[in-house]
Design a protein around this ligand. Structure first.
Ligand code: FES
Length: 104
């Protein structure tokens, strides 16, 4: 387990925007949904593809490889071909920046 990783300044993650940060070898997709920031592992639970390559639509992200959708708030898989959730990570806003961490 490592410490918090700085994603970007809050000004660089406005509502509707997303970023990818790395905690060690873990890619983390960080999304601002109407002012609430959420962090998910940037890895589709179907075949390990980067979710950040797909489209964010409201509070969902669609994997560009086979079309699975995930809830950005919970990581829950919403449709086939993915059934397992995507890992959620903690996120915080502090000192004018957004932070996340792989807390496994
Ligand atoms: S790798 Fe994401 S839906 Fe298949």
């Amino acid at each position: 387990m490592s410490g918090w990783v700085r994603v970007c300044s809050t000004a660089e993650l406005l509502p509707g925007e997303s970023r990818v940060a790395w905690d060690g070898d873990t890619p983390i997709l960080v999304v601002n949904l109407d002012g609430d920031v959420h962090a998910l592992e940037d890895k589709c639970s179907h075949e390990d593809y980067e979710l950040s390559a797909g489209a964010i639509d409201g509070d969902q992200v669609e994997c560009t490889l086979h079309g699975a959708r995930f809830d950005l708030r919970s990581g829950e898989a919403l449709c086939a071909p993915a059934y397992a959730p995507v890992r959620k990570f903690p996120v915080k806003v502090e000192d004018g920046a957004v932070w996340t961490r792989d807390d496994r």
